[in-house]
Design a binder for this molecule. Structure first.
Ligand SMILES: C[S@@+](CC[C@H](N)C(=O)[O-])C[C@H]1O[C@@H](n2cnc3c(N)ncnc32)[C@H](O)[C@@H]1O
Length: 201
């Protein structure tokens, strides 16, 4: 595991409860609803950087979707296992995804890519493409201005990293995805860049 992942893991292990307690749980229901709508019947999706499983894994399992969540932080994963007992949660680094080609009908990664160094984003998008089934759906978000560095987050050092939306869009396309929707959206007073993509092969 790289040094950044270790820092992020240690940070979330310490702040998991605080982060969860401050989460505005319903602020992107519209995007989750759209994601669920785009999936086939009996879909199996991967939630990358799933955190405490709320809202994403909970929202999707409640709609009959099978969810596998991965995260660096065992403390976050333990919260998720309690909050969403009917989903599967695995400790894994998104830089080293260990799934076979054509495994998932959808991949969602929200409020998580911004903890991964910019230089790794394209490889991660390529891996997402590989492990999605043909016609698979991608939903991601990132921050809206290019930056990379550390700051204090709930009292622990945390790493943040973002391209600007134009570059993120180019990388998602370069990884092979067709774009269904992309926009900067305001949700709960914060602006994020959102992309819905599709693996058309
Ligand atoms: C801001 S929280 C968001 C969690 C959840 N997606 C949500 O919307 O509430 C970011 C999560 O991403 C996880 N994370 C960060 N970097 C990761 C990586 N390289 N691999 C897997 N998970 C990662 C963190 O441990 C943390 O639980």
């Amino acid at each position: 595991m790289n040094e950044i992942s270790k820092l992020v893991e240690q940070g979330y292990n310490k702040i998991a409860e605080d982060y969860y307690n401050h989460r505005d749980l319903n602020k992107f229901n519209k995007e989750l609803e759209e994601f669920a709508f785009l999936l086939p019947d009996n879909a199996h999706i991967l939630d990358v950087g799933c955190g405490a499983g709320i809202p994403t894994a909970k929202f999707l399992t409640q709609r009959g979707i099978k969810v596998t969540g991965i995260d660096l932080s065992e403390t976050m994963l333990n919260l998720a296992r309690k909050m969403v007992p009917n989903a599967e949660f695995i400790k894994m680094d998104m830089n080293e995804l260990e799934f076979k080609e054509n495994t998932f009908d959808g991949i969602v990664s929200v409020f998580a890519l911004f903890h991964v160094p910019k230089k790794n984003h394209l490889d991660i998008f390529r891996k997402f493409f590989e492990i999605l089934k043909p016609e698979g759906i991608l939903l991601i978000n990132t921050g809206i201005s290019e930056s990379e560095g550390k700051n204090n987050f709930f009292g622990v050092p945390m790493f943040w990293s973002n391209f600007n939306p134009k570059t993120t869009l180019e990388l998602v396309k370069k990884a092979g995805f067709s774009i269904i929707f992309e926009a900067v959206l305001e949700r709960g007073g914060e602006y994020q860049y959102w992309i819905f993509g599709k693996k058309i092969k």
